[in-house]
Design a protein around this ligand. Sequence first.
Ligand SMILES: *Cc1c(COP(=O)(O)O)cnc(C)c1O
Length: 403
Amino acid sequence: MPVTEETAMNGNSGKIEDPRLGEPFLLTPGPLTTSYAVKQAMLKDWGSWDGDFRAMTRKMRDMLLDLLGEERSAYDCVPIQGSGSYCVEAMLGSFVPRDGKVLVLANGAYGLRAAQTMDYLGRAHHLLDKGDYLPPRGEEVSAILAADPAITHVLIIHCETSSGILNPVEELADAAHAAGRKVLIDSMSAFGAVELDAAKVNYTAMVSSANKCIEGVPGFGFVIAKTEELEAAKGNCHSLSLDLHAQWATMEKTGQWRFTPPTHVVAAFIEALETHKAEGGVAGRGARYEKNRDVMISGMRALGFETLLADRWLSPIIVTFFCPADPKFDFSAFYEGLKSRGFIIYPGKLTVVDSFRIGCIGRMDETIMTRVVEAAREVLAEMGVTSAAPPRAALEERKKLAA
Ligand SMILES: *Cc1c(COP(=O)(O)O)cnc(C)c1O
């Protein structure tokens, strides 16, 4: 059944009909549930060379830079085709010189993927691997940088989407800057909903993509970098198509993307940016997601579920829950039961204990989150699970965070 205005949340009215009448809500880290207006914006074809599309590209770059506030003038925005990982690779390949070295701060899949990217690039890196979810801390960064003068850049994952942890970006960036190193940030799943104030964090470049907190559809990402660093990045990149300096220089000169742009995705993204602005920008978007998270977590906790992370580390992006210890609990039945009620959740990524994740981002509000909890209650009852409490091993695991 097609999505109609009644089945996709439109604007901020919060008017949402029974999701079972339309597409399921995606409680995932992206691609996520988008508004009807965003989908509708794609019902037109644009010529990539035409002035209308060039103006759209300019507008989109300006709207993204507007999110930076006062620091805007020192930065520029370079969109690049592909999914988020392409943009991370473009950022690493374009800003890290061939003889540079990156300290990669990992506590989950995306940090590890960045380290793997460095291997592919054949450029040096030092991996600090904190495991499934423990946050890297400022003192650790200081110690590693003091011991290895070859390190030129520190890569920070803002929200590590594999556990949902919000890493202490400011503390980590401060440690890097105190040691005279440059900061690169993967803010893929946080940008647009969690503040990243360039006046406080002072990064060289950060990366995000169309299909996360701005609520567009997938197809490209963007790097926001200091203009002076973009100028200096000439000749660094290993790849023609991922060269951010070349993409930026061409865009500045001609207003065009170097190679076929995802025209429909850009049109949808501009619509998404307008909605983001109308919702109150980063603060407004962040507030809705926080409400989504709080309503969902308190409902799930009332059912007996427990979160992997202590409240202090929980992001408003996605939340990891332990699977219940009750032997009657079966994740695939739980997943299918929720799907049949209109909600698609995400499996967990922890290596030690079973878990699943529920996303708080996308075109959803607290009324939807209340229904998610209600659906979870129904499915547990159907399975005959009386308590959603996790096994002891899960709680032991969690104690590591407090240590
Ligand atoms: C989504 C995401 C990416 C990019 O993943 P793709 O599948 O390539 O879009 C990178 N880093 C983080 C933290 C993410 O959440």
